[in-house]
Design a protein around this ligand. Structure first.
Ligand code: MG
Length: 259
């Protein structure tokens, strides 16, 4: 069995621009019967949103083949028996909908009450009020602190970056004085869920991404093979400077070079 797990930003597209050869390379894998999954730390969209975005780029996918840090967080909470428990969410619609879909109870006014979880993702409407509510839920409400991801930045147009979910997590961590449990890459949970769903072993799996500290580190941690695509944020010089646990097995100028 061959399982290919693709990061999306910087591998399949850059913001709203397709990356050359990506669509054709994936169609070729699918045509010969290989399993293709898509994996992102971005928690702002649902899996269905990604199926639709992939379709706009000419890439066929089903909800079952899309893994996001938001979906993984919801699945882990469900698997650990927390359905029906209360969650204060710092995050966007994708995260809220994935948590609601597994039966988590979203609360808006954590202050004063007991709250079971504070779950944090990328939130472009983050405010001091949200910070204070998250702080109160953890410090006074006894909530467990969960980060969907720790990404410092998120790619913007023209090679610029925006503050990522990790920047918001850091603000909450600073005032609450507690480190979160992190779900997204490079933590193993998302890839472990894909391996479990497919029945593939790590040796059957190639993780393709454009970041050494998330995509490649994740693959190596789980024991999968790794390929760095030079179509995103990482250059050859970065690879030469990387620590051994972040060095990819393969380096691809673009996805036409996929084995
Ligand atoms: Mg990427």
């Amino acid at each position: 069995m061959n399982l290919y797990v693709f990061d999306m930003d910087g591998v399949l597209w850059a913001m709203d621009d397709p990356i050359p050869h990506a669509c054709e390379a994936i169609a070729r894998l699918q045509a010969r019967g290989d399993l293709v999954y898509y994996l992102t730390n971005n928690s702002s969209k649902t899996r269905q949103d990604y199926v639709e975005k992939l379709a706009r780029f000419g890439i066929s996918a089903t909800r079952e083949t899309v893994m996001t840090s938001a979906y993984a967080t919801a699945q882990i909470l469900r698997a650990e028996g927390h359905v029906g428990k209360s969650v204060y969410v710092v995050g966007e619609q994708g995260l809220r909908r994935e948590l609601e879909a597994v039966g988590m109870r979203l609360v808006e006014h954590a202050e004063g009450d007991r709250v079971d979880f504070v779950v944090v993702g990328w939130d472009r409407e983050f405010t001091y009020r949200k910070l204070a509510l998250a702080h109160a839920a953890i410090v006074r409400g006894g909530a467990a602190f969960i980060a969907t991801n720790r990404d410092a930045t998120y790619p913007d147009t023209g090679g610029r970056t925006l503050p990522g979910g990790g920047a918001l997590v850091a603000a909450i961590q600073t005032c609450a004085g507690v480190a979160p449990r992190t779900i997204g890459k490079p933590e193993p949970h998302t890839l472990e869920l894909i391996l479990r769903a497919t029945g593939a072993s790590p040796q059957d799996c190639l993780v393709i991404g454009d970041r050494l500290d998330t995509d490649i580190a994740l693959g190596k941690r789980v024991g999968a093979r790794t390929a760095l695509a030079l179509t995103g944020v990482t250059s050859l010089r970065d690879v030469e400077a990387a620590a051994p646990e972040q060095r990819p097995d393969l380096i691809l100028r673009n996805l036409s070079e996929l084995p």
